[in-house]
Design a protein around this ligand. Structure first.
Ligand code: MRU
Length: 353
């Protein structure tokens, strides 16, 4: 995270005006850096649904702090945890974070339960920062092995937002891009605008500018001609859930990029922490895909550009099959998506690329 950036997410205790989960409101970026104070779980659930806090890893962290908030307030923790876990369906990290804090709360004695939930949330937050740093290193090593050296550096394309705004650290895919830049190996980051909510145009450009990454924004439908021109060396994206067969759910528009990348012989790399891998979901087709409101597609800001009442299809995510994914980079190393079962608890973990 840039040192001068408002914290993406923090816990405020009573001495600090809390208890509250305090978010950097991502719906206001890039125009304003505004904090949003969530003083109870319904407020936090609303913030999650509105995408004031968004992106898989930080949703898990928010969910864990949410359980701590309910416990600290003396609310019905079981009901609050259920509400949080169900706030958005696709990013499995949200459920993982909630369940981790709920388990700590359940296991603790009556006097210690709130502190135990908060401790679990803080631990998850710190772990995510460490995972992010590890993914950046593994991702850079992977790219160095996959891509031919170019004197001017690599041209990397990304979709949605996967930086410090989604993480306790530098993020997932964008953390790798930042590491490539620090190593002097980035020529340009191509940033898909990411219709309809513009996470690329609003958030990734903002982060890229703060980090000094050379970057260019494009409309999503301009990606094809970039590939055709030979101007993309690799695609790097994050993930909201990876199922046991290695299918990757990520922001809608990821799958068409994977098809383009395959057609043009360009590596398509997914960067995600192990907490995004859901071995309980067997296949990509089993991943619940969030459907969002029509107004996100029919207009933007206060304006509407489609006729009133038009039927709208607005899935927030799509699923890329494992055969289109060159590698999955986690904090434990890089592996082929079809080998994702090796990430099961107790397994030694990946070393393959
Ligand atoms: O709807 P969003 O903005 O929460 O979607 C986020 C994404 O799709 C990200 O690419 C994904 O969570 C990976 S972030 C590490």
């Amino acid at each position: 995270m840039a040192d001068d950036m408002t914290a993406v997410l923090r816990w405020a205790d009573r001495a600090d005006g809390g208890p509250a989960v305090v978010l950097l409101d991502q719906t206001r970026l890039p125009a304003r850096e505004e904090e949003r104070w969530c003083r109870d779980v319904p407020a936090l659930v609303a913030a999650v649904r509105e995408l004031a806090v968004r992106g898989a890893p930080v949703l898990g962290i928010a969910g864990a702090y949410g359980v701590a908030l309910a416990a600290e307030r003396g609310d019905d923790v079981e009901a609050a945890a259920d509400d949080l876990a169900g706030a958005r369906p696709t990013a499995v990290n949200l459920r993982v974070g909630v369940e981790r804090a709920r388990a700590a709360w359940r296991a603790a004695g009556p006097g210690d339960a709130a502190a135990a939930a908060l401790g679990a949330a803080r631990e998850l937050h710190a772990e995510d920062a460490r995972a992010s740093a590890a993914m950046a290193g593994h991702g850079l090593d992977l790219l160095a092995g996959l891509l031919p050296a170019r004197e001017t550096g690599w041209r990397l394309l990304t979709h949605c937002n996967t930086g410090a705004l989604v993480s306790g650290g530098d993020g997932t895919a964008l953390a790798v891009v930042r590491a490539a830049h620090a190593a002097g190996r980035l020529e340009r980051l191509w940033i898909d605008e990411t219709r309809p909510l513009l996470q690329g145009a609003r958030l990734t450009t903002w982060e890229a500018a703060r980090w000094g990454l050379p970057h260019t924004l494009l409309a999503d439908n301009a990606a094809g001609s970039l590939f055709a021109a030979g101007a993309v060396d690799a695609v790097l994206i994050g993930a909201d859930r990876v199922s046991a067969d290695g299918s990757v759910a990520n922001k809608v528009g990821s799958y068409p990029l994977a098809v383009l990348a395959r057609h043009h012989g360009v590596p398509f790399v997914v960067v995600a922490p192990v907490s995004t891998v859901d071995l309980d979901t067997a296949r990509g087709a089993d991943i619940a895909i969030e459907q969002r409101g029509a107004e996100e597609v029919t207009g933007s800001g206060d304006g509407r550009h489609a006729p009133a009442g038009v039927a709208v299809h607005n899935p927030a995510f799509d699923v890329t099959p494992p055969e289109l994914v060159s590698a999955l980079v986690t904090e434990r190393g890089a592996l082929r998506p079809t080998e994702v079962r090796r990430l099961a608890a107790g397994h030694e973990g990946p070393r393959a690329t």
